[in-house]
Write a protein that binds this ligand. Structure first.
Ligand code: ZN
Ligand code: ZN
Length: 266
């Protein structure tokens, strides 16, 4: 969509900075949860992104699509488009919004809200919010990580923010102070949770890690893991979908979470 030449996109995390307000080092990457590449900070432009990458849309459920930049760019997370009769939700962002993707989302009714698990995926949220004319919901505890705050960004406080049709954003904390998950009760028989990397589903799909940093392997205090676990136990769910395309845990997600958390306390 917006195709400009200015190098205002961090190539390591995909965060878009406001033109003229690009820092020397990306503060999202220059943080102990992330990393600046060995060769130093790399910036790219939306023009380069549009030329070298495209977007893959894949249906996971009749009412949920995963959306991903291909080939991989930056963190390589996926976003989720959640369709409901009361309006659609985008869970997390990807740093590339193409005309085809805008047309596809419009054909499904556009967006009523964008909600985030945490700051690693803010990417070009202002562009998404402007194109679809919808609010962006970010937990207030992560406000300091909003470096490019557009007019649609709105913070929320407390343990949960109710959207509609039983769908809620649930605050977990841990990875970031404002880390959150999206609870979608009607999606599966036992309920589904889109967890970003508030919970990190391992490659084996037999373990879930709850850490301060995944790329740098920094653990969280056991007390924090317990608090997150206690919050999640109150949610009915049997299915988890994480930020990466292999992170699908249908049917037995709560059992895997219980077994994983038990390791912290035995
Ligand atoms: Zn970055
Ligand atoms: Zn993260």
């Amino acid at each position: 969509m917006t195709e400009n030449h200015s190098n205002d996109i961090c190539a390591t995390c995909g965060t878009h900075y406001a033109p003229g307000k690009v820092p020397e080092l990306c503060p999202i990457c220059d943080d102990d949860r992330q990393f600046v590449p060995e060769g130093g900070q790399v910036w790219t432009s939306s023009r380069q992104l549009q030329r070298r990458h495209s977007v893959l849309v894949r249906q996971l459920y009749p009412q949920v699509y995963e959306i991903k930049v291909i080939p991989d760019f930056a963190i390589a997370q996926r976003a989720f488009l959640v369709l409901t009769a009361s309006g659609n939700i985008l869970w997390d962002c990807i740093p590339l919004l193409t005309e085809d993707l805008v047309s596809f989302i419009r054909s499904k009714g556009g967006l009523k809200a964008i909600a985030f698990s945490h700051p690693h995926y803010y990417s070009n949220m202002n562009e998404w919010a402007a194109v679809f004319d919808c609010p962006v919901y970010i937990h207030q505890k992560d406000e300091q990580w909003i470096f490019n705050r557009g007019p649609q960004v709105s913070t929320w406080e407390g343990g949960a923010k109710t959207l509609w049709e039983g769908i809620k954003i649930i605050h977990t904390g841990g990875h970031f102070p404002g880390s959150a998950v999206l609870h979608i009760p009607p999606l599966t028989p036992g309920g589904a949770v889109l967890c970003g990397d508030s919970l990190y589903i391992a490659r084996s799909r037999q373990h879930i890690a709850i850490q301060y940093s995944y790329p740098n392997h920094i653990p969280l205090p056991a007390k924090t893991v317990r608090e997150i676990y206690d919050r999640l136990l109150q949610l009915p769910f049997d299915t988890l979908h994480g930020a990466f395309d292999w992170q699908n845990l249908p049917g037995k997600a709560k059992e895997v979470l219980e077994a994983s958390v038990r390791r912290y306390f035995e």
